[in-house]
Design a protein around this ligand. Structure first.
Ligand code: IPM
Ligand code: MN
Length: 350
């Protein structure tokens, strides 16, 4: 039995989470495990009603679950940054979810904007460090608002923090067992302190503990070029928080868009959180037109993290079938089916 905290969140979050829960309930009935869901009302509406973003008591409760399943955070009437920092980033940091796992996989029948590339070419995983780097919030400002203003934003990279992310990435590459190649994405030609630490840790750890995994390196600017030109070169990419944020949006686009892109915020020894990586898409809220496949894919990632690999791959298989046989497009309003229909179709093919 797995206990899951559910945060439907803002905008279209609740609509896609409903479909994810539908699929999870259907699979648990036949897969030999039970799931218990506890829903938490957090997000923009609650913030505007009560001023609360993430009460400490709720954070303490989250520590007791097997995982968190999140829809979307972001509200048009709340200043950008408040909910992101107060809820999403705070959960990642407080629960020490130090890996952000984002598979980039093009399913058969799904359109990619990259000419002449297909499912055999676009199948890799990005592992983004999720608790340090520029996101740590270090820095400050002086004489703000004057012509002498100074702004400093520091990237924090600790040997421990980098190494645990790298170790996860090496182990993931080994378990994935495809090309057994791990590519470090950094900027060693300019970031001669931060990327240097990553590069040394990468090779030292790889040499000592993962001789079976091939090591490769790309500068981040070249990485975005190769992701478009030769995506088949990649197996697993590991990178820091900011670079990972940027390149995973490109990854989402080449796998068919935000309608299909899922991710996991993982603490291998604690409570992880799974989410569709697109936002709350306020303009589609309540219309039953957004694609729930990203949320359903996030549910599959959650089961995989529990070690329920069979159930996870049954969900992925059903999602692939629905893409190949039923959806006209993965984009909101263009699928040829409603949000709830797509959830029903996935259940049908489980
Ligand atoms: C993501 C998002 C977040 C991030 C934002 C909403 C803070 O873009 O999950 O990639 O920058 O990490
Ligand atoms: Mn992002």
């Amino acid at each position: 039995m797995y206990r899951i905290a559910v945060i439907p969140g803002d905008g279209t979050g609740p609509e896609v989470v409903r479909e994810g829960l539908k699929v999870l309930s259907a699979i648990s009935a036949s897969a030999g495990f039970d799931l218990e869901f506890t829903t938490y009302d957090l997000g923009g509406e609650r913030f505007m009603r009560t001023g609360e973003i993430l009460p400490d008591g709720i954070l303490a409760e989250f520590r007791q679950f097997n995982a968190i399943y999140l829809g979307a955070i972001g509200h048009p009437d709340v200043k950008p940054g408040i909910l992101e920092k107060g809820l999403l980033l705070r959960l990642r940091f407080e629960l020490d979810q130090y890996v952000n796992l984002r598979p980039v996989k093009l399913f058969p029948g799904v359109e990619t904007p990259i000419k002449d590339k297909g499912p055999d070419d676009i199948d890799f995983v990005i592992i983004r460090e999720n608790t340090e780097g520029l996101y740590a919030g270090a820095g400050g400002t002086l004489r703000r608002g004057t012509i002498d203003e100074v702004a400093i934003q520091d990237s924090i990279n600790t040997r421990k923090g980098v190494e645990r992310c790298l170790r996860y990435a090496f182990m993931y590459t080994r378990k994935r067992n495809k090309r057994k190649k791990l590519t470090l994405c950094a900027k060693t030609n300019v970031l001669t302190y931060a990327s240097d630490l990553w590069e040394r840790a990468f090779h030292e750890l790889g040499e000592k503990e993962f001789p079976d995994i091939a090591r490769d390196y790309v500068h981040v600017d070249a990485a975005v070029m190769w992701m478009v030109k030769n995506p088949e070169w990649f197996d697993v990419i590991v990178t820091d928080n900011m670079f990972g944020d940027i390149i995973t949006d490109l990854g989402a686009m080449i796998q068919g868009g935000m309608g299909i892109a899922a991710g996991g915020n993982i603490n291998p020894d604690g409570v992880s959180m799974f989410e569709p990586i697109g936002g709350s898409t306020p303009k589609y809220t309540g219309l039953n037109v957004v694609n729930p496949l990203a949320a359903i894919g996030a549910a599959a990632l959650m089961l995989e993290a529990f070690g329920e690999d069979d159930a996870a791959s049954r969900i992925e298989g059903a999602v692939q079938t629905v893409c190949a046989r039923h959806l006209k497009s993965l984009a909101a309003g263009k699928m040829g089916h409603s949000t709830t229909d797509v959830g029903d179709l996935v259940v049908k093919y489980l």
